[in-house]
Design a binder for this molecule. Structure first.
Ligand code: DP6
Length: 323
């Protein structure tokens, strides 16, 4: 056993995952399509140590609860036959828990580091499965560029894994993240989607609508058709939030600055800039831009009232071990 360090980029869904067909195995009710970011990343070191009684987690240098990572490490212990507990040190290059997919890059980096630390040698599909067991969206951060996550139909979930659609270099879109609130989100994705599933009258309509969006978005990615991708992605985000708004009690993830950013993105597009928006389970707005247009979009969103920070990222590679 050896210490190992891995990195993984955050990912942003263009066709959203919002609801599970199995909560224990984190199996999604429908597929999703995402882009993996280069510049918003998690780095994680897993050190199996003989003198530890329990797994320990240091998040951005601070001791944190190891609750969600212990089951992930347990599976690598079972696969390798090595029972050592681990010290896990992880840091994010962006605000943790603010709707910026830190669980996605976090679990992807964790499983890739654990795979090397425990010498299990899993292939990418099995790494994606292990990441999914930590967090559904993490299955996608194993891969770079444009990625599709399959809903799968098996009860054991072996087929609910991600696969790459297009390399980042093939269509180097740019992403601008407008942060409208720096604190952690009010209702986690897990709790938000569970509440939506159990109480929203629009939940089944949402799930039924996803396969057609996946088909359109997949074709748009392969054809590099920005206009169609913009239409599908904005509609998917708005439908996801519509289903959540109709939950009981309704989930209002947006603040006034979120809405102002959505209007600013639409105004930019009407004026000829290649840009569309998406929003996850939080108040931040992600603007996806044609190559070369990110800086202009970042300048405009930085001027929106209530935007506290703007981050820019290129698309990037999948998770990997660092030397
Ligand atoms: C709105 O992957 O965070 O970002 O599987 O319960 O850990 P769990 O949820 P998570 O949900 C992500 C939801 C989303 C949309 C998306 O990334 O597809």
């Amino acid at each position: 056993m050896q210490a190992a360090t891995a990195r993984a980029g955050a990912n942003i869904a263009l066709v959203k995952y919002w609801g599970k067909r199995d909560a224990r195995l984190n199996l999604p009710a429908a597929g999703s399509i995402s882009i993996t970011l280069a510049d918003l990343e998690t780095r994680t070191t897993v050190s199996p140590l003989p003198d530890l009684a329990d797994d320990e987690l240091l998040l951005d240098g601070q001791p944190a609860s190891a609750g969600r990572i212990v089951p992930v490490l347990d599976r690598f212990r079972a696969l390798s036959g090595c029972d050592l507990r681990c010290r896990v040190e992880t840091s994010n290059s962006f605000p943790t828990g603010a709707g910026l997919a830190s669980s996605a890059s976090g679990f992807a980096a964790l499983v890739v580091a654990a795979d090397t630390a425990f010498g299990t040698g899993l292939d990418l599909a099995r790494l994606s499965e292990q990441a999914r067991l930590g967090s559904g969206s993490a299955a996608r951060s194993i891969f770079g560029g444009f990625v599709e996550m399959a809903a799968g139909c098996r009860v054991d979930g072996h087929d609910a894994v991600a696969h790459p659609l297009l390399e980042a270099a093939e269509w180097p879109l740019e992403v601008v993240v407008a942060i409208t609130e720096a604190g952690p989100k009010s209702v986690s994705s897990t709790n938000g989607m569970n509440l939506t599933m159990s109480t929203s009258p629009y939940y089944s309509a949402w799930v039924d609508s996803v396969p057609a969006d996946l088909d359109r978005a997949r074709r748009a990615v392969v054809a590099k058709d920005f206009g169609v991708l913009a239409e599908v992605a904005e509609a998917s985000a708005l439908k996801m939030h519509a289903s959540a708004l109709a939950a009981q009690p309704g989930l209002i993830y947006w603040n006034p600055a979120t809405v102002a950013c959505l209007h600013a993105v639409r105004a930019l597009r009407d004026a000829g800039t290649g840009v569309f928006f998406t929003v996850d389970a939080g108040p931040q707005v992600k603007a996806v831009c044609l190559p070369g247009q990110g800086a202009r979009v970042a300048d405009r969103l930085a001027d929106v009232d209530g935007v506290v920070q703007v981050m820019e990222s290129r698309l990037g590679a999948g998770a990997g071990v660092l030397a």
